[in-house]
Design a protein around this ligand. Sequence first.
Ligand code: ADP
Ligand code: MG
Length: 263
Amino acid sequence: MKRTMENQKLIDIRNLVKRFPIGDGSFTALRGITLAFAEGEFAGLVGPSGSGKTTLLNIIGSLDTPSEGSVTVLGREVTHLSHREAAALRNHHIGFIFQTYNLLPVFTVYDNVEFPLLLQKGGAAGRKKAVMKALEWVGLADKAQSRPAQLSGGECQRVSIARAMVKRPQLVLADEPSANLDADNSHHILRTMKRLNRELGTTFIFATHDEKVMHYLDRIIGLEDGRVARDERIENTTEDDHPPASGEIGGSELPGEEDFARP
Ligand code: ADP
Ligand code: MG
C-alpha cells in the first residue's frame, strides 16, 4: 500500500551547524544547513568527500547532535533527546545501511536480520514472520541459514537492507551503500530500495558520491563544504528506466502491509 508523499515534514532542519573539537579549536563540518524532507522521499546528499554528508546523515539519525540549530525528526527535536530517547527513536523508527554492511559474521543471515527486533517487544512467531518477509523483499529467503562470509558483497548489502527494513521504519538512512559494490550489484540494491520506497512509502535518504545512485534519486541535495549548494527535484525517474541487473528478483510483487506482522 503506497503512502503518497504528503506535504508533511518528516524531517525539518534549521540553521544546523556542526563543529568538531580538534586540539584547542574546532572544525566546522556543517555551516548552516536548512532543509526539510517529506514522507516518502527518495533523496540523496551528494558531494565530494569531506563535504559533510555523513555528518548530516548521522545527525538526522540521532547518532550525533548539532552544535547549533534545530533538527526535528519524526516530530522530535533531536537536539534535546537523552541517550535513551535517541536510542528509542533509532530502534523504532529509523533503519541504517552502511557502506561496509556491518553484519555480524558469526551469525546467520536470519539472525542478523532478526537482531533489531530483539530490541523491541514481540513474540518469536511475529519475529519469524517479519524476518522472512524482509528477506523475501530483498530476494534472499533461501539464504536465511547462510553466513555473511558465504555471500557476495551485493547479497550482504541486501541482507543489511532487510535488517534496516525489518521493523518497517518510516525512515532509512544509507551512507554510501554502493561504495563496495560492482555496477550490477549497485543497480540491484538500488532497484530493491526504490521498490520498497514506492510500495511501502518508506522514506530513504542517501549519502553518496556514486553516479549510479544519483540516477535513481527523486531529489539531489548537493553539499559543498558544509553548505547546501543545490537542491533539485528530478521528475520521471522510474526503476524501469534501468536495465535489470543479473540475479534480479523474478518479478515478485512486494507483499502488502497486511502481510506484515508488525512486531
Ligand atoms: P563526507 O561524508 O561528505 O565525506 P564527513 O561528514 O564525513 O564528510 O566529514 C565532513 C568533514 O568533517 C570532514 O572534513 C571531516 O574530516 C570532518 N569530520 C568528520 N567527523 C569528524 C570528527 N569526529 N572529528 C573531527 N572532524 C570530523
Ligand atoms: Mg561520508
